[in-house]
Design a protein around this ligand. Sequence first.
Ligand SMILES: Nc1ncnc2c1ncn2[C@@H]1O[C@H](COP(=O)(O)OP(=O)(O)O)[C@@H](O)[C@H]1O
Ligand SMILES: [Mg+2]
Length: 335
Amino acid sequence: MVKKKVKKKKKVVDKKEIVSKKKEIKQKPIENKEDLKKSKISKADGSSKKTIDVSEIAKEIKAEQISEQRKPLENFGDDGKKVKKKISGKYILTGVPGFDDLMTKGIPKGNAMLVAGGAGSGKTIFCLQTLVNKAKEGKKCLYMSFEERESRLLSHMEEFGWNPKELIDNGNLKIQRINPFDITRNVDALLAKQKGELLIDIDPVIIPKDFKPDFIALDSLTAIASAFTGKEENYRIYIEQLFRFFEKIGATSLLITETEQIPKIFSKTGVEEFLADGVVVFYNLKHGNVRENAMEILKLRGAAHQKKIVAMQITGQGIVIYPEQEVFSDISEGS
Ligand SMILES: Nc1ncnc2c1ncn2[C@@H]1O[C@H](COP(=O)(O)OP(=O)(O)O)[C@@H](O)[C@H]1O
Ligand SMILES: [Mg+2]
């Protein structure tokens, strides 16, 4: 009888220990998790041989995370159900497989979207793919590149089998290479204009003559920012003008920003993400020695969207997004 009682007490102590271990695992940075998993909890009776395998607890935590992640979508459609798309002229779809399923209706037409992410995360491909799709629909699309030469961008597109030359020849797609310093040269005039010292209109970027783009991709704001080094205040003023300009011409714009692989801020100054109507983030995640792609719509003004990080692949035909495959693998911790 007495023996039994003692046994029960031991069990309670063990449970408490397990709970605190669980907590410890959840809070630890990822690189220390493996060590933690390998560690053993001593039984309450003090015997070092009798141990509990913490990997069991880790499995339990993973299961909890999965059930949390797989909860039904919130704020996605008026009644919580995935609503059938009603495409009006007010919303646009990218045509990138899987991407449009992340939104109830699409991207509000005329929105300025930041396309943020680390190097090699798929930002350029996503923008090119969107523009190619829109150009195929007969829209006017302009890709402004500070980063890569036109020939390189063309060969990227050809590799994916998108046939860009046809779109360029029919006048729907234009690729423009710009030197960031061409931008700063224009800035003095732009600043004078802002102070009211100049009456003529100065545009922050030069759009090709007789070309009225429906879609603009700018690769990248980060390259523009680097031309303003030491003159950050001017960069801020420039960025404000740029957003205003895109709004004025009515184009839907994709503005690339190069960030950390797991970004905490999504642009150089933070002003960009404040001014933007939406932010799409691309991830290039490392698991051991394997890299995997993922993305999320972080913000989208005026439209319902999924709020999850989902799997993505860069295939031989371009980007494919898997809206049903959530990625929850320690995104805030590893790189
Ligand atoms: N034909 C292809 N097939 C599969 N993956 C590709 C192909 N071309 C490029 N990639 C992948 O896309 C990545 C580059 O994507 P990109 O959009 O240029 O990245 P960034 O975010 O730096 O602009 C490369 O690191 C490579 O992994
Ligand atoms: Mg790029």
